[in-house]
Ligand binder design. Sequence first.
Ligand code: FO1
Length: 300
Amino acid sequence: MIILSGGTGTPKLLRGLKNVIPEEDITVIVNTAEDQWVSGNLVCPDIDVVLYTFAGLIDERKWWGIRDDTFYTHEALKKLGYHESMKLGDKDRATHVFRSKLIRSGYTLTEATKRLRSSLGVEAKVLPMTNDPVATMICTPEGKMHFQDFWIAHKGEPDVLDVRFDGLDAAKPTPEVMSVLSSEDTIIIGPSNPITSIGPILGLKGIVPILQKKHVIAISPIIGNKPVSGPAGKLMKAIGYEVSSAGVAQCYADFLDVLVVDQRDDCALPDARVVKTDTIMTSLAESKSLARFIVELTNY
Ligand code: FO1
């Protein structure tokens, strides 16, 4: 089963899915546009949340970082007068140090992620969307800033005028991504923010034409007019989409076959089938239940 992921919505589904089908049957294609070099190391939030979820390490209170991590290095840096806006845990930082060492010695991000998977005992395939640098930049009245600076340092508060993906036009999807996408008939788009979590994957050359030949099932991260979590609403509105499941369907209009929406949502679509279930995943049981629903829908 192939799933596109970014942010924290889809990992909640993966937490359930790994209990419903064999983990080695899952391939996750992950957004890398929110990656950022912090204090000399490459932090890949959307890859790490997926790795930590499969490894059973994710901090499920925040959906980033490692459970029960400590922050001694982050605090020590602060005492020295250097403040990292991304609060990196000590064990989490080890992941970034190892990944960056591999990258500096010539590994691609895909190869480095494969090494991390094996060190963490993750059997699912976790594929970065590209090995090339791409950065989500948020244009605000205060200037253009990296997504992490907007979300963490500025607490997601500035008005959003536009969203740009620096480097996306020149970036190529990896051969591994192209190969797995070609190999399956059904592709799942997880309940992630369609603009900044899934948008960069779709913006890579060649991805949309492949999806147009596939059966694409997306899960809406919006219920009514509110995103389940995160900045999806603000970002969708800024780019001119309605904040609703219909707005999500518009983002995927070029290839969408089925949209899974919450049972409380009254979405109806002219060009895609709408199916309803409980999409809120505040517990493992709810994650498993949505995962079972998706597995049945795909005739896995
Ligand atoms: N999110 C925060 O709101 N505050 C943080 O200090 C923070 C640190 C952090 C460190 C590592 C990591 O992998 C993710 C982290 N995140 C933090 C989450 C991150 O900003 C977003 O969840 C992702 O970019 C997904 O959209």
